[in-house]
Design a protein around this ligand. Sequence first.
Ligand SMILES: *[C@@H]1O[C@H](CO)[C@@H](O)[C@H](O)[C@H]1NC(C)=O
Ligand SMILES: *[C@@H]1O[C@H](CO)[C@@H](O)[C@H](O)[C@H]1NC(C)=O
Ligand SMILES: *[C@@H]1O[C@H](CO)[C@@H](O)[C@H](O)[C@H]1NC(C)=O
Ligand SMILES: *[C@@H]1O[C@H](CO)[C@@H](O)[C@H](O)[C@H]1NC(C)=O
Ligand SMILES: *[C@@H]1O[C@H](CO)[C@@H](O)[C@H](O)[C@H]1NC(C)=O
Ligand SMILES: *[C@@H]1O[C@H](CO)[C@@H](O)[C@H](O)[C@H]1NC(C)=O
Ligand SMILES: *[C@@H]1O[C@H](CO)[C@@H](O)[C@H](O)[C@H]1NC(C)=O
Ligand SMILES: *[C@@H]1O[C@H](CO)[C@@H](O)[C@H](O)[C@H]1NC(C)=O
Ligand SMILES: *[C@@H]1O[C@H](CO)[C@@H](O)[C@H](O)[C@H]1NC(C)=O
Ligand SMILES: *[C@@H]1O[C@H](CO)[C@@H](O)[C@H](O)[C@H]1NC(C)=O
Ligand SMILES: *[C@@H]1O[C@H](CO)[C@@H](O)[C@H](O)[C@H]1NC(C)=O
Ligand SMILES: CC(=O)N[C@H]1CO[C@H](CO)[C@@H](O)[C@@H]1O
Length: 784
Amino acid sequence: MKAVTQAFVASSVVFCGVAEAKRNYQRSSNSSFNVLDYVDPLIGSANGGHVFAGASLPFGMAKAVADSNADNQGGFASDSSSITGFSHMHDSGTGGASSLGNFPLFANPGCPGDDLNQCVYRIQNRSVGFSNETLVAQPGYFSIDLDSGVKGEATVTNHTALYRFTFPKDTTTAPMIFADLIDLPLSRSNGTASVDPDSGRVSGSGTFVPSFGIGSYDLHFCADFSGADIHDTGVFVNNRAGNEPKTVKTLDDSVNDNDSLSAGAFVRFKAGTTSVIARVGLSFISVEQACSNGEKEIPKFDFGSTKKAAQNIWKKKLGVISVDATGVSTDLQTVFWSGAYRAMLSPQDYTGENPLWNSSEPYYDSYYCIWDSYRSIHQLLTIVDPHSQSRMIRSLVDIYRHEGYLPDCRMSLCKGYTQGGSNADVLIAEAYLKNITDIDWATAYEAVVKDAEVEPANWAVEGRGGLASWKSLGYIPTDDFDPHGQGLLTRSISRTVEYAYNDYCIAILAKALGKSDDHDKYIKRATNWNNMFDSKTTSLGYTGFLQVKYANGTWGYQNPQLCTPLLDFPECYLNPAGHETYEGSTWLYTFYVPQDMASLITTLGGREDFVDRLTYFHNSGLLYVGDEQAFLTVYQFHYAGRPGLSAKQAHAYIPSQFNTSISGIPGNDDSGAMGSFSTLSMIGLWPVHGQDVYLISSPFFKEVNITHGITGNVATIRNPNFDPSYTNIYIQNVTRDGKAWSKNWIEHAFFEKGGVLEITTGADESSWGTAVEDLPPSIGAYKF
Ligand SMILES: *[C@@H]1O[C@H](CO)[C@@H](O)[C@H](O)[C@H]1NC(C)=O
Ligand SMILES: *[C@@H]1O[C@H](CO)[C@@H](O)[C@H](O)[C@H]1NC(C)=O
Ligand SMILES: *[C@@H]1O[C@H](CO)[C@@H](O)[C@H](O)[C@H]1NC(C)=O
Ligand SMILES: *[C@@H]1O[C@H](CO)[C@@H](O)[C@H](O)[C@H]1NC(C)=O
Ligand SMILES: *[C@@H]1O[C@H](CO)[C@@H](O)[C@H](O)[C@H]1NC(C)=O
Ligand SMILES: *[C@@H]1O[C@H](CO)[C@@H](O)[C@H](O)[C@H]1NC(C)=O
Ligand SMILES: *[C@@H]1O[C@H](CO)[C@@H](O)[C@H](O)[C@H]1NC(C)=O
Ligand SMILES: *[C@@H]1O[C@H](CO)[C@@H](O)[C@H](O)[C@H]1NC(C)=O
Ligand SMILES: *[C@@H]1O[C@H](CO)[C@@H](O)[C@H](O)[C@H]1NC(C)=O
Ligand SMILES: *[C@@H]1O[C@H](CO)[C@@H](O)[C@H](O)[C@H]1NC(C)=O
Ligand SMILES: *[C@@H]1O[C@H](CO)[C@@H](O)[C@H](O)[C@H]1NC(C)=O
Ligand SMILES: CC(=O)N[C@H]1CO[C@H](CO)[C@@H](O)[C@@H]1O
């Protein structure tokens, strides 16, 4: 999902050299390699990247950071001016609204004159500036100096945030920390907070709404403090506070502006206190569970050891990859490792924290959104962390069991909005082909077939709409009559091509499960993309595009350039006036036939015309690479027997669009999608989502090893002719385990069983991987 105000619109962002140098200051000056020196969580934290820059464990529920006053979808934004508090849960890289950020803690050096009513509590009034010269962001750690003189540091365990607040030394007032019953989107409708005057424990609950979905959720917190003596306690409402009572409740009373009503509880510490550790346990179940999460996970309030443990977990997680970085710049290495890191922030593991149903299956949340993550994030996880990928797929299947449909987007225990097809189908089929283990395949199959066959009452949040037309006409008519369910009647073209691909994935899963009748049925539907292809539509000298089509079979018209950077770019979103393609143009969606590239190439005039069109698409300004549908188009030259052009295109985007600047990604990261694109590209094997196919391209390193998390086997991708100036990027030949490998793609067994893929590059395109028999699989036959 993309924000309407897209990063790329403000194309020239100058970044501050001082801060840039600072961010790199901890890189080791000796030769002992520490992968964390090459992860910069601030990449993409400005200019609309919305990356979560704070402290998290891999897939952790607790994600602690300082929240900015603006552009705070991921909490902190490097290009913001002030901080409104420190909160404990976030999503990373989302487009639309801010997410989570509940119960922020705000620390101040004390109220002027120690008068409680002289402190500022309201979120609209309390924000303080910060110095970005002292900003430190590392995996598992975040630190910021506020203009109030307070330093805030954060680290985490799975369900608990740990902060260290350091107060100015010369303060004569009693330093205060309060918790506000509010969230970043200001969505709270109901909340309660209490403080225990003896222990200083502040705990509470609130009801909030999800940032891109329907319904509401309850969340609970439990804050304990250590390292200082208590001066006094109490509660506040708006900008007034008192020592009694010790509990405050807020409701939607239809009188106050409840959405922005700050209210909560505070603790003041004895004057002279220089630092306080604050531990915030979190739970979706209850306050009791929030407290016990904190007590169990961080019994000793030890900031240093908690940070160290978090960082060791990240080192281990990233340690399955190893590269020979000879000749590769620190910046490019940082792009590589930071991308892998960001892809492991979400989905978030809420196992044991799901109040909606009891189950022995894992429960993950923040699939935010599968429409964004199904093209590269889960493919990267499949090779670097197949165990987590298995748990995520199991969780999807369990969501189906209890909610009746697979999600296309889900956050904060709620159903999120579907943007196109039912793309969890793609992930499930691919998981089967890639031998992801421990899945209940019978139920998984039932779930994907339900997506294809049974229209839900509200297909805005699950399943597919227009299924009656899909089955009878073989496309989604732009003027569809659909009395069977409700959803936004837009995107008829992009929904058609996504449904076709979803059905293809169901077909290959059916085949693998031995259901040949189902295979035949769905493989037929997989060719439906062709029903919206109009051979007469022209644009910029090219002929033949997907086009608006009515139920009566006549064509309508949408300019193929619409919703490209060249024409009304932001016109295709999830709003009632959205057009027939989602977040992109028909120029873009006409290429979306991953199941049958051979037929597409024929349809577009053959190999030369296809290569010409795809090259033009990349070089004319029509393609915006900051949205996930762009990724596969970088590599589609492979299907026309020109793998060298894919390599060239990948190098054209990395690092020009994917770099180490705070605005170094071209669009919202969408839970790490941009990161997974650059990391997978640099490995040199691009996975075609939904298929057991990796397109072979030239790696950005001399050697990359990936150790399979279950078998322990090592896959080595090696380029003996590696050229760090990236001039000689064209593959001359490839061997697999010493034997010539002429196909321009390889299957997943390479990662699972291990082996050596030796990719020799040179200065010019060669004949390697160009013959028809070397091209990737396609439903139709290549006719050239
Ligand atoms: C190298 O740097 C690491 C920190 O990155 C440090 O722990 C280690 O002691 C250093 N080794 C030498 C020999 O200086
Ligand atoms: C530093 O902060 C200013 C605004 O206060 C912002 O414009 C700039 O981009 C920030 N730089 C970094 C590196 O965070
Ligand atoms: C607090 O912010 C509100 C806007 O939300 C503004 O109207 C009010 O004047 C501010 N109060 C103070 C004391 O700055
Ligand atoms: C945190 O959760 C992960 C699963 O997401 C689990 O593997 C890990 O053991 C947990 N860490 C701790 C310290 O419990
Ligand atoms: C308010 O929150 C409490 C505690 O989370 C919950 O039990 C109650 O149902 C909520 N009430 C409303 C009206 O949402
Ligand atoms: C990759 O693994 C092989 C052994 O399987 C080892 O010889 C080689 O040094 C490793 N390369 C890297 C970059 O780690
Ligand atoms: C799950 O089990 C717990 C403990 O038995 C129970 O309190 C809770 O109500 C159950 N939740 C659901 C949604 O059934
Ligand atoms: C799939 O995984 C299982 C269990 O790890 C393993 O025994 C089997 O060999 C794998 N199959 C393939 C085709 O790699
Ligand atoms: C087909 O339907 C469209 C949209 O409702 C309408 O504009 C057009 O006139 C119809 N064409 C025919 C031949 O009925
Ligand atoms: C880094 O990436 C951003 C976002 O894609 C781009 O705007 C910028 O020009 C790039 N910077 C460099 C130095 O290439
Ligand atoms: C691969 O290409 C390189 C460079 O052109 C050449 O030296 C080598 O002999 C080739 N190897 C094979 C197995 O064809
Ligand atoms: C007066 C007011 O702003 N009421 C709002 C309180 O919050 C609920 C839920 O977000 C809204 O529906 C009310 O309009």
